[in-house]
Each structure stands twice: as C-alpha cells, then as structure tokens.
Write a protein that binds this ligand. Structure first.
Ligand code: PXL
Length: 266
C-alpha cells in the first residue's frame, strides 16, 4: 500500500484542503499522512476567518520524522498559504522521499482571474520556483496565467491553452495538467505530457463551488497512484467533481457535498 504525504491547510469548516484530501485519499486505500500548513477557522471565501500559521512547528515535525525514519511514496501539495512553506516543502522532498516518489503540486492561490485573499506577486514568484520540483502540476487557468505572466481569458482557444501549457512546461519540466479548460461548451483538462497534448472534456455544470479543485486533485492523485493513465485519472476526477456539483444543489454555497459521492463509490 502506498503512503502519501499531503501538505495543505486545515480549514475547520468549508469542505476543502485537508478535510477533503484526507477522506478521499483514505477511501481509495492510500495511507494518508498530513503536513498541515495552517489552521483556519474556515476557508477564506467566508466573510472572515482566523489563521494560525504552522510554519514555526515545521522544524520540530521534520526532526521527529527523521528520528522515526519516515519516508513517503508520493506527495500532494495544495494550499500552503505562506511563501516560507515552499522551502519547507523542498526540504520535505529532499529528506522524506522514498525512491521515485512523485511530487504532485496543485498551486492553489487564485481563481476566476484573481488571487485569493492573502496572496501576492511574491508568493506567485516562489510558487514558480517550487513547481520545478513537481512531476505533475495541476493549475487552474488563472493560476496558469499568473505563473506564466499570460493574460487571463474566459474563452480558451487551442492556441491559448497550448501557449499556457508550453510556458508552464518550461517552468516545471514536469507534466502539465491545466484544469478548468473550456472547449465547445465542455469543460475539463488540457494535458501536456512528454510533448503530447490532449483534452479530457465532460459536460459543464453551470454552478461553481469552492473546494472542487481540491477534490479534483485528491481523486486524480488517488487514481493516478492506483495505476490509471493521466487522461483516465483526469476523467475520473472530473466526473467525480461533476457528480458532487449535481448532488449539492444551490442552497449549499460554500462547498460541495462530496461525502455522498465518496460513499456511493466505495
Ligand atoms: O480550495 C482552496 C482553498 C484551500 N484552503 C483555503 C482556501 C482555499 C481557497 O480559497 O481559502 C484556506
């Protein structure tokens, strides 16, 4: 059985980051270890939140992991929150990777053309460096634009997506999976892997909800580590997110009811 380390925040309320990654990865049979980057009362799409930065605890955690000889077979990074955590992430890859452990990074700092609250150009610049360590990156269109200095557009031609993907590829050297790519009224991923590009597209649900990127990243990672191909992992993750959106309805504004879909599928 694979042992993964997922590094992202713990938002006590909000169905995102660790409260998604932990149940999803575990349900797929993966031993899931966590490195919480911060504890928030709730995610930052609510009108206010508290924020405890856990950077000061990282040294102690790493010291004990070293003492106990822990290694991880894969890494999934999501919302880190502070740029200081990027060097912690690099230390983590250096010190705690089992042989050949893939690094999957969802940059998580922006959406809908804008940075999330609390992020700035410096954070983006640090993320640009961190993704050099990734085997696979999972940015949405907005993050892809910030990372590559490309103009944000709501409609995506093949050329636009290809430019974004090639620019990202030049930054990371790894596989690029751009999420939220839209084509012919469908939505999904634009993948650039080893010089080959392809779309994975499904029907678009009209509503947008918070946390769906985190669900996508977790389901994608679970399937990919389970041996599915990149496009198949994307297709399963997108279809999972679409089912979550369908089941959630309009009255639940801050996330999606992924628990029901997870239960049905396991
Ligand atoms: O879903 C991404 C995410 C994760 N964690 C926190 C967030 C967000 C997006 O806003 O605020 C705390």
């Amino acid at each position: 059985m694979k042992r993964i380390l997922t590094m992202q925040d713990l938002s006590c309320v909000g169905q995102c980051s660790l409260t998604v990654a932990l149940p999803v990865l575990s349900a797929y049979g993966i031993e899931t270890c966590v490195l919480p980057t911060a504890v928030l009362s709730n995610h930052t799409m609510f009108k206010s939140w508290s924020y405890l930065d856990l950077t000061p605890e990282i040294d102690a955690i790493f010291r004990e992991w070293k003492n106990n000889g822990f290694k991880f077979d894969a890494f999934l990074l999501g919302y880190l929150g502070k740029k200081e955590l990027m060097s912690a992430a690099e230390r983590c890859f250096d010190e705690f990777s089992a042989d050949g452990a893939p690094v999957i990074i969802d940059p998580v700092f922006a959406d809908n053309g804008k940075l999330y609250g609390g992020f700035d150009a410096e954070y983006v610049a640090e993320m640009r460096k961190l993704i050099r360590r990734a085997d696979i990156i999972l940015p949405n269109i907005t993050e892809a634009c910030f990372l590559t200095g490309t103009e944000y557009r709501e409609t995506h031609s093949d050329e636009y997506l290809d430019t974004l993907a090639q620019r990202l590829r030049a930054l990371t050297g790894g596989t690029v999976v751009i999420t939220g790519a839209e084509k012919d009224g469908l939505i999904g991923e634009y993948i650039l892997d080893n010089g080959k590009s392809e779309y994975v597209l499904l029907n678009k649900e009209p509503q947008k909800r918070h946390g769906t990127g985190d669900i996508f990243a977790s389901v994608f990672t679970a399937n990919y580590l389970g041996g599915d191909s990149l496009p198949e992992s994307c297709r399963k993750a997108s279809s999972f997110v679409i089912d979550c959106l369908k089941t959630t309805g309009d009255e639940h504004f801050y996330g999606v009811k992924f628990e029901k879909i997870l239960k049905e599928r396991h």
